[in-house]
Ligand binder design. Structure first.
Ligand code: G6P
Length: 607
């Protein structure tokens, strides 16, 4: 989840390294650092906190040099201090690392026994110390790198500089992604192609077990046994995307407002609006499979939960779903006739990838619902369903969520047709609803802001907030709570409305707002009963409903947000909008760092 970048250049690199780091800051922002070689000496600047602190430092003390590596950190081992910030230096070896060296404690003990002195509390320092030791033992640079890779266990994307070789960066990958960029007389290295987009769009991805020796004019790639490996050079789409905030204060706000456009774009790939048919063409045949497994993390998991309701309802296809960190260890009995879907914005989440590999070992067909088509999850899948949301920079996922939902809805309808559980007429009705969705999203975004801002003022004074929903509004309630807690730091819980009386009702008093997500659907009356239970105990209800719901509910609510009446299949996407905006405006009022909330990172490449 840290971001790493490197340049083997023919002109100064430190400013360019920092610019590339800015594009990787979504991976972590606890500290940052850069190292270069100039005049035969390794030098570095490091700073605690956001990248801007490193930039300030570099202005005061510039770092010359035409070769360098840099890092933005999401701390795993050791506090996010300057001392623990990468690059780590040991005897002429500099290292930046993304991942976790699992056997670092054992290696550290061994090295200390032979006299090594450690300067940090990180797992990464063992990499620098090991390579330095192998060099002292007489090994050449390549040999020392290879010997180190044979010794460490765990997940890593690594970049290594040697003081006695100012023209080469060595890199290695096992787990977290690593892209090598081919430039004009210069070569680049980065955690993703977006970081390298200003420099080049010609990319070679390393695969697990690979290590590479990168010079100014090219790269030699080897597998873990030291054999020469050939990896394709491809043209990355990343450069096509503009990564800026436009007229918005935050990326999150921009991404919320982009939803009508990106959702329309995503739907266009999965739905034929001329004859109103869901047209997901893929090599996954939903027709005969006994069940479907879905696994993901965070917001992507909650999209998957909504997908489960749709696959079960429209395609009568039983769905086994769990968060990836549990899924991978549950030893779920899986049938090779089944398929598995993995949902991931980044396509790199370590637990999701591990669940994918587990299912692959069990012979299941693998589908990936991803935003990053060049990602590991996409590459290891039999069928890729891109969500086409464009780069999502805000750590709190918004547009990726609704695009994931749009794709899952289309897949569920297509599966229903394939399984004979949705007839042509039903399919056309459902697809027509999907086609309406971008327009309604635009209408909602244009109208609800004043109400949301008013409400956010109330929420910003609360310590706890409860979100309730039934059916597909239950995962959405969890998503609402997740959004609020991750960016505003207000404690929030999402519950199935029917579970209220089994515990959370004990918390209800006049201080705790209860946000009820209740479109006028099949469950509306039941949810209203649950709201009565809240009202009877003095709880303050914020009802998010539609015109029909507002007309029939006789409840005394603190606030009611009224959305347009929409068909059930698109309600989760439409109701996502107030949920996202509420979290956003509350966090802004509280002065929180909306795009980079504390302790979080967007791409989680460690377990
Ligand atoms: C992190 C992010 C979330 C995201 C989750 C899964 O926790 O902060 O926004 O939902 O990872 O990430 P993925 O890239 O697999 O969708």
């Amino acid at each position: 989840m840290c971001g790493i970048v490197g340049i083997v250049g023919n002109q100064p690199v430190s400013e360019r390294l920092v610019n590339a780091l800015r594009r990787l800051e979504y991976r972590g922002y606890d500290s940052a650092g850069v190292a270069t070689i100039e005049g035969g000496a390794l030098r570095r600047r490091r700073a605690e906190g956001k990248l801007v602190n490193l930039e300030t430092k570099l202005k005061e003390e510039p770092l010359p040099g035409a070769i360098g590596i840099a890092h933005t950190r999401w701390a795993t081992h050791g506090a996010p201090t300057e001392r623990n910030a990468h690059p780590h230096f040991t005897d002429g070896v500099a290292v930046v690392h993304n991942g976790i060296i699992e056997n670092f404690a054992e290696i550290k003990d061994e090295l200390i026994a032979t006299g090594a002195e450690f300067q940090t509390e990180t797992d990464t320092e063992v990499v620098a110390q090991l390579v330095a030791k192998y060099r002292r033992d007489g090994m050449g640079r390549w040999q020392a790198m290879h010997a180190m890779l044979k010794r460490v266990r765990g997940a890593y994307a690594l970049a290594v500089l040697f003081e006695d070789d100012p023209s080469t960066i060595m890199a290695a990958r096992n787990g977290p992604p690593l892209a090598i960029g081919h430039g004009n007389g210069e070569m680049f290295l980065g955690s993703d192609a977006i970081a390298l987009a200003p420099f080049t769009n010609e990319i070679t991805y390393l695969i697990d077990g690979d290590w590479a020796v990168i010079g100014t004019t090219g790269v030699h790639i080897f597998d873990i046994d030291g054999n020469i490996a050939t990896r394709p050079r491809q043209v990355s789409m990343a450069a096509a995307y503009l990564v800026d905030k436009g007229n918005h204060r935050h990326f999150m706000e921009k991404e919320i407002y982009e939803q009508p456009e990106v959702v329309a774009h995503a739907l266009g790939q999965y739905v034929n609006f001329i004859d109103n048919r869901a047209a997901p063409s893929s090599n996954i045949d939903f027709a005969k499979m006994p069940s479907l497994a879905i696994s993901a993390c965070g917001t992507a998991y909650l999209a998957g939960l909504i997908g489960k309701y749709w696959f079960e309802r429209y395609a009568r296809l039983p769905v086994e779903i769990d968060v990836a960190s549990e899924f991978r260890y549950r030893e779920i009995p899986l049938s090779p006739q089944s398929a598995a879907l993995f949902i991931s914005q980044s396509g790199e989440t370590a637990d999701t990838l591990a669940s994918l590999r587990y299912c692959k070992e069990h012979g299941l067909k693998i589908g990936a619902v991803v935003n990053t088509r060049e990602s590991t999850i996409a590459r290891e899948s039999d069928a890729v369903f891109p969500i086409l949301a464009g780069p999502e920079i805000g750590v709190a996922s918004t547009k990726a969520f609704t695009c994931q939902l749009a794709v899952l809805a289309a897949l569920a309808i297509g599966a229903g047709r394939a399984r004979g559980t949705v007839n042509e007429e039903e399919e056309q009705v459902l697809v027509r609803s999907l086609a309406e969705m971008p327009r309604i999203m635009g209408q909602v975004l244009n109208s609800i802001q004043p109400k949301i801002e008013l409400l956010s003022r109330e929420l910003s004074k609360c310590r706890d907030v409860l979100y309730l929903g039934r059916g597909t509004s239950f995962p959405l309630a969890m998503e609402g709570a997740l959004k609020l807690k991750e960016i505003s730091y207000i404690h929030a819980e999402g519950y199935a409305a029917g579970e209220l009386k089994h515990g959370p009702i004990a918390l209800i008093d006049e201080n705790m707002p209860v946000i009820v997500i209740a479109p006028h659907d099949r469950f509306f009356d039941k949810t209203v009963s649950n709201m009565q239970e809240v009202a009877a105990r003095g709880g303050r209800i914020i009802l998010i409903t539609d015109g029909r719901g507002a007309a029939v509910s006789k409840l005394d609510t603190m606030h009611t947000i009224v959305l347009p009446d929409v068909d059930e299949i698109i309600a989760p996407m439409i109701f996502s909008l107030p949920v996202q905006l509420l979290a956003y405006h509350t966090a802004v009022l509280l002065g929180a760092d909306v795009d980079q909330p504390r302790n979080l990172a967007k791409s989680v490449t460690v377990e």
